[in-house]
Design a protein around this ligand. Structure first.
Ligand SMILES: [Fe+2]
Ligand SMILES: [Fe+2]
Length: 179
């Protein structure tokens, strides 16, 4: 488990979300954006999400999970929106992957809805229940992307198409991380 780079600890001594966001921003700065395959960029961003998911599914307190959720919401937005606007958009142009692209959009919309409800709720029990459902949904979604959709997409695309999408993905991603 990659807890070493994780700015959070289960005891709640968390770095500020701004620090976390700047770490996300710096992930690709040493590499040329036009040479990054979108599959690699997506997998790299999944790592940040996969570090946070167990903290939301596990034994933590309400206060700890509130803190972790703030990080997750920032990481998720900066990943999901660019993913929809680049990778899913491309999947939906391919006859044999269109349904997967639509499925991805629907799962993202459901996660968005839960994130918005979680931001608004002041009921601690409801928060704990919803945040666990969100974590489980994301875990399932990421597994499906990594085990099924990305390998199939790799087979049906060229390296230059993936680099072109990678550049677009990173451009959108940095816009979501700066606003
Ligand atoms: Fe996704
Ligand atoms: Fe993803």
């Amino acid at each position: 488990m990659a807890t070493k780079q994780n700015p959070l600890t289960p005891t709640g001594s968390a770095a500020l979300p701004e620090t976390f966001v700047s770490q996300l921003r710096e992930r690709f700065t040493s590499r040329r954006a036009d040479q990054i395959d979108i599959i690699d960029a997506i997998l790299e961003d999944h790592k940040a999400l996969k570090d946070l998911i167990p903290l939301l599914k596990g034994e933590g307190t309400y206060t700890e999970k509130r803190g972790v959720f703030a990080f997750l919401a920032a990481a998720l937005e900066a990943h999901a929106k660019p993913e929809e606007q680049t990778w899913y958009k491309s999947l939906k142009t391919q006859d044999d992957m269109k349904v997967e692209g639509l499925e991805g959009d629907i799962e993202h919309a459901l996660a968005d809805q839960l994130v918005n409800e979680l931001k608004a709720t002041t009921d601690e029990d409801l928060f704990m229940a919803k945040v666990k459902v969100l974590a489980e949904m994301l875990e399932h979604h990421i597994k499906e992307e990594e085990n099924e959709m990305l390998p199939e997409f790799r087979q049906n695309s060229t390296a230059s198409e993936r680099r072109e999408l990678g550049a677009k993905y990173l451009k959108l991603r940095s816009a979501y991380l700066t606003h």
